[in-house]
Design a protein around this ligand. Sequence first.
Ligand SMILES: Cc1cc2nc3c(=O)[nH]c(=O)nc-3n(C[C@H](O)[C@H](O)[C@H](O)COP(=O)(O)OP(=O)(O)OC[C@H]3O[C@@H](n4cnc5c(N)ncnc54)[C@H](O)[C@@H]3O)c2cc1C
Length: 351
Amino acid sequence: MEDRGGRGDGGVRGDGGVRGGRDECRREGAGGAGSVDVVVVGGGAAGLNAALVLARARRRVLVVDGGRPRNAPARQVHGFVSRDGMPPAELVAVGRREVEHYGGRVVADEVRVVRRADHVPLGPDAAAGGFEAELTGSVVRARRVIAATGLRDALPDLPGLRERWARDVLHCPYCHGWEVRDQRLGVLGWRPEAVHQALLVRRLSDDVVFFAQDGRDLDAPGRAKLAASGVRIVHGEVSGLVVEDDRLRGVRMADGTVVGRSALFVPPEFVPNDALLTGLGCRRDDNGLVRVDANGRTSVPGVWAVGNVVDPRAFVVAAAAAGAKAAVAVNADLVEADLAEDGLHVVEGAR
Ligand SMILES: Cc1cc2nc3c(=O)[nH]c(=O)nc-3n(C[C@H](O)[C@H](O)[C@H](O)COP(=O)(O)OP(=O)(O)OC[C@H]3O[C@@H](n4cnc5c(N)ncnc54)[C@H](O)[C@@H]3O)c2cc1C
């Protein structure tokens, strides 16, 4: 069997562009950029860790990244052992360098659509069939796809909230709770999970207010838990935030009163960036998330999905781990595909 080595330049230019076109793909053969073993869509922790493992397994891997990791507005990453306190941009910059060190390629671009391309010849070493990923002005052909496209945090429509996001409007007690410990904290009760969040936040401070928003989504058991935990419930509608000297000072109520707070926790609604996956026909589970197995395999053969796009609660370290696990599964899948292509038919019982 020929060496399918993953160290070729993949045909991706150093300036971030990808050469495209079917003819060029054929011309470049195994090292061609238009044709890779695996295209990873999304270059956050999940996608980069998948690419790192695949590149080290000598797979030709291309990461296409739109450059908007979910935690970009945050100053630091917390809760990732050995990386605690690292700025998010630095974490992905280090990850990109590590992928490139092993011959993987990372380009700044958006994948607009991924199509099945069973009819497309993928080059001399390609498995039968594959995928076409359409970038801005170019097309990449890949034997396998890993989607690591993350999610969007939808927030309530409250004036000034988005501007304070990841500063003193926070969502994750594990990510940023320590930094606001012992302060006057609030939790906005706009979604059912806000009660649970308030119970977590209560561990950080003795002074926690739950803004009940006229009791919306606050049932009797929730009310009892908050009371038992010493969380103060404030009734009435929240109308905005009070910000002075670039710091949150309080939460303004519709009746004009201000409840002094220095940080407000708001559970976002998670909106997965999964259009590429559903466009390929990937099935969703009962929670509306694209369904994957323990290694990120979707219902569509050849397509994996990892990180926040399928697991909204995955921290950076968990997203990275999911990427690594999927890479191992994809590499194993390709090893079998390589054998099948080479005409090896395992006799039943000889396994
Ligand atoms: C404000 C904030 C702070 C956080 N702080 C922490 C923390 O301290 N510690 C922690 O563990 N977790 C933290 N998190 C959670 C953390 O952001 C996620 O765990 C992590 O980003 C998930 O990684 P991911 O690779 O799945 O997705 P992301 O990091 O979001 O990466 C997805 C990437 O895919 C790209 N992309 C999407 N669609 C396409 C496309 N079609 N084509 C090309 N590229 C595409 C995006 O541009 C993005 O770069 C925080 C979250 C938020 C919102």
